[in-house]
Design a protein around this ligand. Structure first.
Ligand code: FAD
Length: 483
């Protein structure tokens, strides 16, 4: 094993959090930053992660600081309102504007994950080639605590196995973070880095992504093509809970790129029991007779879809401790190491609110402020970071549990109740803004409110609705006893 570097920042994971924190540190003048990423490239196409992100005002706090929001906007579909076209089982189409977008909010931008990662990587190459190196095809295998230093053992296709000895190790390696597992291993109190889980009605739903031809036809009629910038919900003919299916298509700009359709459903759905590509093709054709599927799904896609592992929505979860400094006596000696977790490594949840990436970017924005405040002294910045961020992380996990978990048609009754609750809060907040707030699904789009403030407003409205409901019930009781 060769010793590759000393006195350095090592970031495990080149996803949204990893590449963004590298950019943030480089912009603050840090150098000798290495990002390890096991995928072959920034925009490597991962079929099961080919979803679209909506970078909202919260995420844009960081992209504004890093100076690339305009570049992002140029590659995205702006989302000021949310229009989508429902294609019903009989082929009828209706384009609707949903009242789920706060009209006052900052424009958000839709773009595919791979394209967002490519934008981040290009920023690194163009602006900080001497400060940051990104090693693709390189996996962190393990982390070992030696007597007075930390050894991070990695493997790459070209170099085989080698080690890093960083001063600052940042875990941006997602939900199954190897950095977090290491911290749990070395910490005496095992509960410190133990992930706490809070199930929601959407957690553990299964998903796979079906790739469709770019600008695919919506019918046999010549020129009747789908638009990449439009969201679609395509409903199947089946009504039975185990066979009913929707294809959900989110917008993106590049009309020449294959379109991706999300298939999200419960684990006992018929689709997950299918064994062969032929069976899957047959089921899709039976489900969506309103579509010319032969012209929409490339022939090889049936086999790819069946072979892909797909994924499971995570249970909303967070890690209560974000950092550790080994041998805290001083960070000036090169043998001392600070360790920090960011993004999905500390908080992870289903995509109901589209906050996964935005919360990761907000983590980094706050860290930037604290580095500023402490003049880059990690021994002060990291504890302060946790103190300020943990309440928001807890609030976010609660918001994900309650805000919009029924949107995947798991239970129509619950979805209707949610609709009533949403509209009730919307109407009452317009009539009596001093007493009621809009639904948290709308509040979350206001990037100037922290997650804790949103949860507090939502809880206050729940209490006010409870009191109002109690008063209405009481009045009915009194009236009925009088008459
Ligand atoms: C189905 C689905 C849909 C989603 N939709 C949205 C959405 O619409 N909007 C939204 O904001 N969020 C969405 N999310 C959540 C979002 O993808 C995550 O919150 C976000 O990716 C977190 O970024 P991250 O960088 O922390 O982690 P990740 O994106 O998981 O990145 C971690 C990176 O680390 C690499 N890595 C891991 N281990 C190692 C290792 N040992 N060595 C080297 N590299 C390693 C991985 O290859 C990966 O590139 C969705 C998630 C799912 C599952």
């Amino acid at each position: 094993m060769s010793k590759l570097s000393e006195n350095s920042v090592l970031i495990i994971g080149g996803g949204p959090a990893g590449l963004s924190v590298a950019l943030m540190l480089a912009k603050r003048g840090w150098s000798n930053i290495t990002v390890l990423e096991k995928r072959p490239s920034a925009n490597y196409y991962e079929s099961d992660k080919a979803f679209s992100y909506q970078i909202d005002g919260r995420g844009q706090k960081l992209t504004d600081f890093l100076g690339f929001t305009e570049k992002l906007a140029a590659k995205s579909v702006p989302s000021t309102e949310f229009y989508f076209t429902v294609i019903d089982k009989n082929g009828k189409r209706k384009t609707t504007q949903l009242p789920i977008v706060d009209a006052q909010r900052k424009t958000a931008y839709w773009l595919p994950r791979a394209e967002f990662l490519q934008v981040l990587y290009e920023e690194i190459i163009e602006k900080y080639p001497n400060n940051i190196q990104v090693l693709f095809n390189t996996e962190c295998l393990s982390i070992e605590k030696k007597s007075d230093y930390l050894e991070v053992i990695c493997q790459s296709n070209q170099q085989g196995e080698f080690s890093f000895y960083p001063n600052f190790l940042i875990g941006c390696d997602g939900i199954n973070s190897i950095v977090r597992s290491f911290l749990q291993e070395i910490e005496e109190d095992k509960t410190c880095f133990q992930v706490l889980k809070f199930p929601s009605p959407s957690s553990e739903l299964l998903y796979k992504i079906l790739s469709l031809k770019p600008q695919f036809p919506l019918s046999e009629q010549a020129g009747d093509l789908s638009q990449s910038s439009m969201a679609y919900v395509i409903r199947s003919v089946f009504q039975d809970r185990h066979k009913k299916l929707s294809l959900g298509l989110l917008p993106f700009k590049n009309s020449l790129q294959p379109r991706t359709a999300n298939i999200i459903t419960y684990r006992d759905h018929y689709i997950w029991q299918l064994k062969t590509p032929k069976e899957f093709e047959q089921f899709l054709k039976e489900s969506f007779p309103q579509l010319p599927l032969d012209k929409i799904v490339p022939p090889e896609e049936f086999a790819r879809f069946m072979a892909s592992k797909g994924g499971k929505f995570p249970i909303p979860q967070y890690c209560p401790q974000f950092w550790k400094i080994l041998e805290e006596s001083g960070l000036n000696s090169p043998s001392k190491t600070a360790i920090l977790l960011l993004g999905d490594a500390i908080h992870s949840f289903p995509p109901d609110l589209g906050q996964g990436v935005n919360s990761a970017l907000e983590d980094i924005y706050l860290l930037k402020d604290l580095l500023n405040e402490t003049k880059d002294d990690l021994s002060q910045a990291l504890p302060r970071y946790q103190e300020l961020r943990l309440p928001d992380v807890k609030a976010l996990i609660r918001l994900v549990q309650v805000s919009y978990p029924w949107q995947y048609n798991q239970n129509l009754f619950q979805k209707r109740l949610w609709n009533i609750n949403f509209l009730l809060r919307l109407v009452l907040s317009r009539l009596f803004p001093f007493l009621f707030s809009p639904h948290s699904f709308l509040l979350i789009q206001n990037h100037e409110l922290s997650y804790s403030e949103i949860l507090a407003k939502s809880n206050r409205t729940t209490l006010a609705l409870g009191i109002l409901g109690g008063l209405v019930l009481l009045s009915c009781l009194v009236l009925s006893t009088w008459t």
